[in-house]
Ligand binder design. Sequence first.
Ligand SMILES: [Zn+2]
Length: 237
Amino acid sequence: MNWAIMNKALILALLLCTSSWAEMISSDLLAHKNNNGYTWTLTSRLGDVIALAESSFGKRDTSWTILGVEFSSDGPPQLWFPGSYDNRHDIIIQLTKSSATNSIQSFFQLAHEVIHILSPSGGNDNVTVFEEGLSSHFSVRYVESRIPVRLKPNECFKNSKYLLAYHMIQDIYTKYPDADERIRSLRLKNNNSFSSNLSKELIKEVFPKIDETNARELAAIFCTWEPVKGIQPSPSP
Ligand SMILES: [Zn+2]
């Protein structure tokens, strides 16, 4: 094959590759020019999600730099701290590959991770049930308020631990109309964190209607959490 033919073949391959990627990404994730500038993508939504999270639960720890959002070839949505080897406080939000073709799923995952960036763990596994439950609850809240679409939480969370943590936070919102302010105050009293050494005593102090068992479960470390058998959100008073 001579160079001219090889170059044509290469260009054709690149075009095919480019067009299949463009077809794969959800159209909602591409910026389209409109009268106000551009339609919202993950990047513009990130600003909106952070604004809603901060207005609800207080300012994020700005000693961390949010580098952006990327899709991961495998694994769950998560935070990735690429500069930690060099003591840099950098964060990348990783979403699943499958969410690239499903914009609602990508916004759902983005909102969940934004709660974790308010007070980043830096990769420690000390995230509490309370924080995972709040992240899960906030992801439903964001999508339902901004898209808008009605979600069925029982179908959104395939992992039963996330579903249970979600329901425990929903229980707080049911019992307390001022739940956002109380959660903000809990974070302030706990060194601006939903996790770092969060105690059941502090949860009981801020949410006295939550029973002792649920307070203890919410303070547990999520990754090693084994929910008490039969645990249910507290009965309404
Ligand atoms: Zn999480």
